[in-house]
Design a protein around this ligand. Structure first.
Ligand code: AMP
Ligand code: ZN
Length: 105
């Protein structure tokens, strides 16, 4: 989707360093970290939020959370999905936050 920052990032247009990538999603560091480790799992497909997300896609994204936390040796972490403006969603392209250590969220 045009003018969507996470579409641009997941397409590789901004040269963002990916911690993980597969055909479904990319994982990269949050630009404004709210914990010692703050990663975002972002699907390559533009999906606005969890309300618009299929069970199949959210299942794949959660399994990517598991893969990445194992890969990065993150043993204790919080996952957050903000859905809608009133819940604090700022980027309207679905993403799962992974937070670990000194979480300020
Ligand atoms: P949310 O409030 O759930 O929509 O979270 C959006 C998150 O995206 C925030 O934690 C931002 O710091 C993060 N963010 C926004 N723009 C970028 C970017 N260009 N690269 C990495 N993270 C970003
Ligand atoms: Zn998008």
């Amino acid at each position: 989707m045009e003018d969507c920052i996470f579409c641009k990032i997941s397409n590789g247009d901004l040269g963002t360093e990916f911690i993980y990538e597969d055909e479904t999603a990319v994982v990269f560091k949050d630009i404004n970290p709210k914990a010692d480790i703050h990663l975002l799992v972002v699907p390559k497909e533009h999906v606005q939020d969890l309300n618009e997300c299929s069970a199949e896609l959210i299942g794949k994204l959660m399994s990517i959370v598991k893969k990445v936390t194992v890969q990065e040796n993150i043993k204790s972490f919080r996952t957050v999905i903000n859905t809608g403006k009133d819940a604090g969603q700022e980027v309207f392209h679905l993403h799962i936050h992974i937070l670990s250590g000194n979480i300020k969220f």
